[in-house]
Write a protein that binds this ligand. Structure first.
Ligand code: SF4
Length: 348
């Protein structure tokens, strides 16, 4: 396969059809500043473009530079991130901004190795930032690129074990020049044409080079190893009311949803939820449950409610009417909605 021709065709297609995104420079324009490339890349991990837009706009308005973000109040940043999920990213975001300011004079390192040394920047993000912000030749392989590459070459090594092979194939078609545009072109092709289901091969600039297309079954790629079932865990969240306020705590800094405001909740285990970890003895009423899927397990969180006049420690009373401003992560925001709905039903 003429690999240089692939990059050329793809870049020509990109020049005409690239997505216009707030964090992206159009072809021919100077690159977006590294702070914004980094911010968008971290936000886009495990999250859709549509979901990221509003968060990106808010963050770049509230904290226009990496120095502003480094100086930011951690609680405010965590609240601003609420709803985007994968909260370790937000904690690393602050740590990374502070490291850039403290260790690099407020300037992002301009190569993959330097970027990888920063909190929250792994191999993929380092390659993406190096290519997009600094024009470095780097091999950027996200899920879209993985799909396009595996189809182009009909790579039948099942994922995840086949990742190094796909990376080597992507390396073989990445050009020396315009590596950032090439990476973004692959991402755009994967998200708009070479989609998971029903790839639009008739519109694809690489159709003549694509082995999976000529074999007649592009959707068979990438080949994936059978998935292990996701374990199911259970937990209980405690909705405690007093004078139209609810008791909120802050989760431990490390671990899932670390550092976020939340309802008090017991451990999440394989066992049925129990009340042993209730923050106070009370007559708990059942308000139903919410299901939430984390990367490594699914959680069924039961919500129980009670009113109290007892003094509690290590938390805060938050006005129920302003619960949406508490910056609760999605799981606890849904639990709160459930508790409020249950209380309204009781009043009827
Ligand atoms: S020809 Fe079809 S399968 Fe091949 S890269 Fe293009 S859209 Fe994907």
């Amino acid at each position: 396969m003429p690999v240089d021709a692939i990059a050329e065709k793809l870049l020509r297609w990109y020049d005409a059809h690239h997505r216009r995104l707030p964090w992206r420079a159009n072809p021919g324009e100077p690159p977006t500043e590294p702070y914004r490339v980094w911010l968008s890349e971290i936000m886009l991990q495990q999250t859709t473009v549509a979901a990221v837009r509003a968060y990106y706009a808010h963050f770049t308005t509230r904290w226009p530079t990496v120095t502003d973000l480094a100086d930011a109040d951690e609680t405010e940043v965590m609240s601003a991130w609420a709803g985007l999920g994968y909260y370790a990213r937000a904690r690393n975001l602050i740590a990374c901004a502070r490291a850039v300011v403290a260790d690099h004079g407020g300037v992002f390192p301009d190569d993959e190795a330097g970027l990888r040394g920063l909190p929250g920047i792994g191999d993929y993000s380092a390659a993406a930032i190096a290519a997009i912000a600094f024009g470095r030749r780097a091999i950027v392989v996200d899920a879209n690129v993985e799909r396009v590459t595996s189809r182009l070459f009909a790579c039948d090594r099942p994922l995840p074990a086949g990742r190094p092979t796909i990376r080597a194939l992507a390396d073989g078609i990445t050009p020396q020049e315009r590596a950032g545009d090439f990476a973004q072109a692959m991402m755009d092709l994967g998200s708009s044409i070479c989609t998971v289901r029903n790839p639009q091969c008739l519109l694809c600039p690489l159709a003549d080079d694509c082995v999976a297309r000529s074999a007649g079954d592009p959707q068979a790629f990438p080949v994936k190893a059978p998935k292990k079932a996701r374990p199911q865990r259970r937990g209980t969240a405690f909705w405690i009311e007093r004078d139209r306020h609810v008791w909120l705590v802050r989760r431990p800094a490390t671990g899932l949803l670390g550092g976020m405001r939340a309802l008090p909740s017991g451990p999440w285990t394989d066992e049925d939820p129990a009340f042993a970890d209730a923050p106070l003895p009370a007559r708990w009423a059942d308000a139903g449950s919410v299901d939430h899927v984390f990367t490594h397990f699914a959680l069924r969180l039961r919500i129980v409610t009670a009113a109290t006049s007892a003094e509690l420690t290590d938390g805060e009373w938050w006005p129920i009417a302003r619960i949406e401003e508490a910056g609760l992560p999605t799981l606890f925001a849904r639990a709160a909605t459930r508790a409020i709905a249950a209380a309204e039903q009781m009043e009827r």
